[in-house]
Design a protein around this ligand. Structure first.
Ligand code: COA
Length: 198
């Protein structure tokens, strides 16, 4: 048997400047004029409770926006593709999502996402993340897509479960975040599972 035929191969370098369209959403590259919306999003009270970062001050906001505007190319581990989430016909970002290379050798990508609390519970995260997972398995030839969440983040767990991801592990008290030990839960989906669920 030709083992090389089964070897994972992420389709990189991968440059993505296009806008993805779903039923209700546009997932487009970030622009510098997103600054006010990004501030409203990332400074929403309680939004960062289960995240590794804190709401940004002005300087940090500029740094994050600059990084997102340029996050359109995936080549090596740690590279990030960021998209602004907008409702079709309603300009102004209501969320953001990303794909990060976890391992190019193992063809593994990680998804990330945040949605403004004003529009929570409407399936926005699910719809946006589904589009990125589809992109990962189709255009990027991913073998595996993962999501890492704080175990207390029930809404986020629902998003990943609804997309057909499996919980693979629950690490107890493995991260010291914002002054306390927290549990990290890992979700994953294989290409074969994604294909079977379509
Ligand atoms: C987690 C998050 C992305 C979910 O976004 P969303 O657009 O509301 O997600 P969806 O509407 O697609 O699905 C959310 C599900 O969780 C439920 N939910 C929402 N808030 C919840 C809460 N506080 N506790 C439990 N379930 C909750 C919704 O009712 C929905 O469940 P349903 O499918 O049974 O109706 C959003 O709450 C968020 O941005 N949180 C802060 C940032 C964050 O935690 N990001 C994820 C990092 S891993």
């Amino acid at each position: 048997m030709d083992a090389a035929a089964d070897a994972p191969a992420l389709n990189v370098p991968f440059s993505h400047q296009e806008t993805l369209t779903t039923d209700r959403l546009l997932l487009r590259p970030f622009r510098f004029d997103d600054r006010d919306c990004l501030a409203r999003l990332q400074r929403s009270p309680g939004l960062a409770r289960f995240l590794l970062w804190e709401p940004p001050d002005d300087e940090e906001l500029d740094r994050r926006l600059e990084e997102k505007v340029h996050a359109t190319l995936l080549v090596i581990k740690g590279d990030r593709l960021c998209v602004a989430i907008e409702r079709i016909g309603q300009p102004g970002l209501i969320g953001e999502a990303s794909l990060v290379i976890e391992s190019a050798d193992d063809a593994c990508l990680e998804v990330g996402y945040i949605v403004h609390p004003d529009v929570a519970g409407q399936g926005i995260a699910r719809e946006a993340v589904r589009a990125l997972v589809d992109l990962a398995f189709t255009m990027l030839h991913a073998h595996r897509v993962i999501g890492r969440i704080d175990a207390r983040n029930k809404a986020s767990a629902k998003v990943l479960t609804a997309l057909g991801m499996r919980q693979e592990s629950h690490c107890h008290s493995d991260q010291f975040v914002k002054g306390e030990w927290t549990d990290e839960v890992l979700f994953a989906q294989l290409r074969s599972e994604w294909t079977a669920q379509r």
